[in-house]
Design a protein around this ligand. Structure first.
Ligand code: COA
Length: 249
């Protein structure tokens, strides 16, 4: 299958999903999320593990241009689409490894939070900048991030919108491995896992998922509802339109 926003490869039992909107910092559109879902589905039965990421950037978050004058219900539906991807990563029967280069912001960071292993380039920049646009995290930043970093560090990131370095992200527990060559390390990790007994790998992931917060589906939907509500605020609309105006001038 041909994708417009992705490049797909399969090698030595590993499926690769490379994001290909580099000129837009791999910002997430509905089309791109649909294509990632489709690519994962295509690989599910024959790849032993999947690697996702972008050559220069993982993703600078949701494509803000999509938010111009959308209704709260549409914002809710967009969030639910990202939730679907986050939940698919989590429930996927194969390990999903993300490699994080460049900007890893907003929805980009959030979808990475649902991958199983995050390998981060030492020069990557991570953050939840949505607050400055008058919106909240759009794919689990309020649900999954606190479960990883603890409540206070998550609130620091969410409320200030500050971008943090890879080193700080590692200290926060937000990324698992720092590497000079993140994709190289991701491949090495996938090949090691691929050499393990397949059934044991699948059941280990299932057992870990089962021990994690079982309210995650409900909590992601609640976050999506709050996200939608913010789109009825004048300040949200003003801030989104300001961002768009600055970018198209
Ligand atoms: N939505 C849509 N387009 C975006 C975008 C976003 N979130 N982030 C970047 N882009 C686009 C820019 O419009 C620009 O496109 P152009 O070349 O057609 O003008 C391109 O990506 C490069 O971005 P630019 O801002 O020129 O790069 P930079 O290196 O100066 O700054 C960032 C990079 C990430 C700091 C800056 O783009 C930014 O702050 N983006 C918003 C991040 C954000 O708020 N994410 C959460 C969204 S909910």
């Amino acid at each position: 299958m041909n994708f417009e926003t992705l490049e797909i490869e399969e090698k030595n039992g590993t499926g690769f999903i490379y994001f290909k909107r580099e000129d837009k910092l791999n910002t997430l559109t509905v089309q791109m999320v649909d294509e990632i879902l489709q690519a994962l589905n295509d690989m599910e039965n024959h790849c032993k593990s999947v690697i996702v990421g972008g050559k220069d950037n993982f993703s600078a978050g949701a494509d803000v241009f999509q938010f111009s004058n959308i209704a709260p219900e549409e914002a809710y539906e967009f969030h639910r689409k990202l939730n679907k991807l986050a939940l698919y990563f989590r429930e996927y029967p194969r390990p999903v490894i993300s490699f994080l280069n460049g900007y890893v912001l907003g929805g980009g960071l959030e979808i990475s939070l649902s991958t199983d292993i995050r390998i981060c380039s030492r020069s990557a920049v991570l953050g939840q900048p949505e607050i400055a646009l008058g919106i909240n995290a759009g794919a689990g930043g309020n649900v999954i991030l606190p479960s990883i970093t603890g409540r206070n560090r998550a609130l620091y990131m969410i409320l200030t919108g500050e971008k943090i370095s890879a080193k700080t992200a590692y200290e926060f527990g937000l990324v698992d491995i720092l590497a000079d060559n993140a994709v190289g390390k991701a491949i090495e990790t996938a090949e090691l896992i691929n050499s393990m007994p397949e059934k044991a790998v699948t059941l280990a992931k299932r057992a870990v998922n089962n021990s994690a917060n079982n309210d995650i589906v409900k909590n992601l939907d609640y976050e999506a509802a709050l996200f939608g509500i913010l789109f009825s605020e004048k300040e949200t609309k003003d801030r989104i339109n300001n961002f768009i105006d600055r970018k198209i001038k």
